[in-house]
Design a protein around this ligand. Structure first.
Ligand SMILES: [Zn+2]
Length: 275
């Protein structure tokens, strides 16, 4: 999902063009749309798609309720990556908490492995390999290829961040499968975009400056907000996590909260975390 480079977008566009059947009615100019999007994506630290692409994807793949019977790995997903993904999901499955904030209840249910597993398995039906637009990427969802599929990169087993932050990435991406909500496409970060000390806001993953990038959200319910809410609740309410897991969860949640640029949305989240 991290940082998108034009080279991968070219590949994605090529395969997308191959899948696209001849339209019967006037359609948006996909190639122009993808070209414009790939331009926009070059500076982004996270894999990014536009509202327009999500709308095209929603037409191509009409919403279907998912039963949550698990996911399949493509045959080309290396065994060690499959093993890491299963181990990570097993770790999430083991989480138990006594309480959850209101926003957490609304999005995920309880701070509980069963609810997180259900969230994941009712959204992600398949996992494949892709470069996700960047040498720093770990995972992505590409709605116009398949809105229910998550792609992993080779970095998934080379990730230098804590396990809980890799799960933050995975649940961020799982939220992007929601076609009914336009796949929760991102908002552009403001320019300039500074922290409370007047320093440029940067990506915790890549160190890239975020000003002007499509790497922010205006709602608590999007991919940044929901994964922040998940980790913050694990940090505050997990009953069987180690102190390290709780500390890491809090650190990454606080960082990602900075991506919420709407003042009301941010206040709503901060109030939610006090519950
Ligand atoms: Zn995203």
């Amino acid at each position: 999902m991290l940082r998108a480079a034009i080279i991968v977008l070219a590949a994605a566009t090529a395969s997308y063009a191959g899948e696209w059947s001849a339209p019967a009615a006037p359609q948006p100019n996909i190639e122009a749309m993808q070209e414009a999007a790939s331009q926009a994506r070059q500076g982004s630290d996270l894999y990014y798609f536009t509202k327009e692409e999500a709308a095209v994807a929603a037409k191509k793949f009409p919403f279907q309720p998912r039963t949550g019977r698990g996911f399949t790995f493509d045959a080309d997903v290396p065994a060690d990556i499959q093993k890491q993904m299963r181990a990570d999901l097993e770790f999430i499955k083991g989480i138990a908490g006594e309480k959850a904030s209101a926003l957490h209840k609304k999005i995920f249910g309880s701070v509980n492995g069963a609810d997180y597993t259900k969230f994941f398995e009712t959204r992600v039906t398949a996992i494949g390999m892709n470069s996700c637009g960047s040498s720093n990427a770990v995972a992505c969802v590409i709605p116009f290829r398949n809105p229910s599929k998550m792609w992993l990169t080779q970095n998934f087993i080379r990730f230098s961040h804590p396990q809980i932050s890799r799960m933050m990435v995975v649940f961020h991406e799982a939220r992007h499968t929601e076609t009914k909500s336009g796949n929760w496409s991102h908002a552009y970060c403001p320019e300039p975009f500074k922290d409370e000390n007047g320093k440029d806001m940067k990506s915790i993953w890549t160190g890239a400056v975020l000003a002007g990038e499509p790497a922010c959200d205006e709602t608590p319910l999007g991919s940044y907000g929901s994964s922040t809410i998940m980790l913050k609740n694990i940090s505050l309410n997990c009953a069987n996590c180690t102190d390290k897991v709780k500390m890491d969860a809090g650190l990454y949640a606080d960082d990602q909260l900075g991506r919420i640029i709407d003042a009301d949305a941010k206040r709503q989240m901060k109030d939610d975390f006090k519950q």
